[in-house]
Design a protein around this ligand. Structure first.
Ligand SMILES: [Zn+2]
Length: 148
């Protein structure tokens, strides 16, 4: 497959799959937040782990994790491939360690990291109120109540 023969949209989908940004689950979460009226920023490189979605007023950083690459425990989308098993196991373990480190750094900086799993985006009717609850609760607890 040659990149030149792809349409712009196809190329963007392909590149995002490689980079792991603007994935379908991420777009679903953005749409839900947008519908609920939240303002957010995307892929803030100045924050630990470059969170997928950042809500500055709430000081909340959202990561939309693919269940496979981030080894979502007990999830039907997470499994260890039968070939190169050792490679995958160490890859998953590295990813989990990095995720934990990133969350710790964000908390130290006064941010609240939230992980939304890919499988959760399959049920937007459940995910949307869940996110609203978390954000509202966080807003009440923060000093930025006036702004939320
Ligand atoms: Zn999952």
């Amino acid at each position: 497959m040659h990149l030149d023969i792809l349409t712009r949209e196809e190329r963007s989908v392909l590149m995002s799959r490689i980079r792991g940004t603007n994935t379908k689950p991420e777009l679903i979460v953005r749409r839900l937040l947008h519908r609920s009226g939240y303002r957010f920023r995307l892929h803030r490189k100045d924050l630990p782990g470059t969170p997928d979605i950042v809500l500055p007023r709430y000081r909340v950083a959202i990561f939309v994790h693919g269940c496979f690459f981030h080894a979502h425990r007990g999830c039907k989308l997470a499994y260890v491939p039968k070939t190169r098993t050792d490679f995958w196991r160490s890859k998953f373990s590295e990813n989990q360690k990095r995720d934990a480190r990133v969350k710790r750094l964000l908390r130290q900086d006064g941010w609240t990291p939230i992980v939304v799993w890919e499988c959760e985006t399959e049920r937007p009717n459940k995910l949307s109120p869940h996110l609203n609850r978390i954000l509202n609760a966080h807003c009440v607890l923060s000093e930025l109540t006036d702004n939320c």
